[in-house]
Ligand binder design. Structure first.
Ligand code: NAP
Length: 269
């Protein structure tokens, strides 16, 4: 996905009407991609599409869809299955919650799973066979640091983002040899409307926490730099890549002992 590519193709970005998705749209249009921008808010999508095509000369197509709605989701899947110009899928649409389990509405939790997990899964399944058939393509999945630190926010949100990380790990394992790039991006707190929707606006955070919130522009620029460097997991604020690599090494060291015919001796059976 370098800036020197002559015809990088089309990228489909979900959740492109605001926040992180809108910045991906801006940056990728400037890298020469045509765009298909998916979200529910037609007005915002239309305005962004107009601005980006005027500024960059790229073809920018708004695709209004509620990815939690089965029919709308199937329409976006169909675009991914049939439009062979698409070379990159950015699975970004999602929302979170800061509400503890004892106060949360389980229907809202299910809606979160519908978007953060089900839609992301179905869109990936729609896009990837075409990428493999055409010999290449990239999937950028927006997870979160709560994938590894679910204690920070609502447990269903953390669980949904842990799914995105695990799903991405297996995608990369299965498809890496087929020319498919997979990146899991784990942003920390980023200044977007996410926090208003999650019930914890940035302005209401303690001052110390507000100072740890990254600009969405910086988050996306770091994530794209990580992509260019060939990273699989990108944690934009993590100073030392070696720290993530140590976690990964420890995880993989478990593999030989994760499944055996007998329980471990320490259980005394
Ligand atoms: P945001 O500004 O609220 O953006 C969310 C985007 O998703 C919007 O474009 C929204 O557009 C779209 N969306 C929401 N529900 C949708 C639906 N049912 N169908 C289609 N589109 C839908 O928040 P953001 O921070 O940019 O979030 C982007 C991603 O980053 C999310 O997956 C989030 O979990 C992740 N993330 C955010 C942070 C953070 O601190 N901000 C940290 C880690 C991870 P419409 O309302 O127009 O549909």
């Amino acid at each position: 996905m370098s800036t020197t590519d002559k015809t990088p193709g089309t990228v489909l970005i979900t959740g492109a009407s605001s926040g992180i998705g809108a910045i991906y749209a801006d940056r990728l249009a400037k890298r020469g991609y045509d765009l298909i921008l998916v979200a529910r808010n037609a007005e915002r999508l239309g305005a962004l599409a107009q601005r980006l095509s005027a500024e960059t000369g790229r073809t920018v197509t708004p695709l209004v869809a509620d990815l939690a709605d089965k029919d709308d989701l199937r329409e976006v899947e169909e675009v991914l299955r049939t439009d062979s110009r698409i070379t990159v899928l950015v699975n970004n649409a999602g929302f979170g919650s800061a509400i503890p389990l004892l106060q949360a509405d389980v229907d809202a939790m299910e809606a979160m799973i519908d978007l953060n997990v089900t839609a992301l899964t179905r869109l990936t399944y729609a896009a990837v066979p075409g990428f493999v058939a055409r010999g290449g393509g990239s999937v950028i999945n927006i997870s979160s640091i709560v994938a590894v630190a679910p204690e920070f926010l609502n447990g269903v949100y953390g669980g949904s983002k842990a799914f995105v990380l695990a799903f991405s790990q297996q995608l990369r394992h299965e498809l890496g040899g087929k020319g498919i790039r997979v990146q899991a991006v784990l942003p920390g707190a980023t200044a977007t409307e996410f926090w208003d929707i999650a019930g914890a606006p940035v302005a209401s955070m303690p001052q110390e926490m507000q100072q740890r919130v990254m600009r969405a522009e910086d988050m996306v620029d770091a994530a794209l730099a990580g992509f260019d460097q060939g990273e699989f997991v990108t944690i934009p604020s993590l100073p030392e890549a070696a720290d993530w690599n140590a976690v990964e090494t420890a995880r993989q060291a478990l593999f030989p002992n994760l499944s055996r015919a007998v329980p471990a001796a320490r259980y005394g059976l």
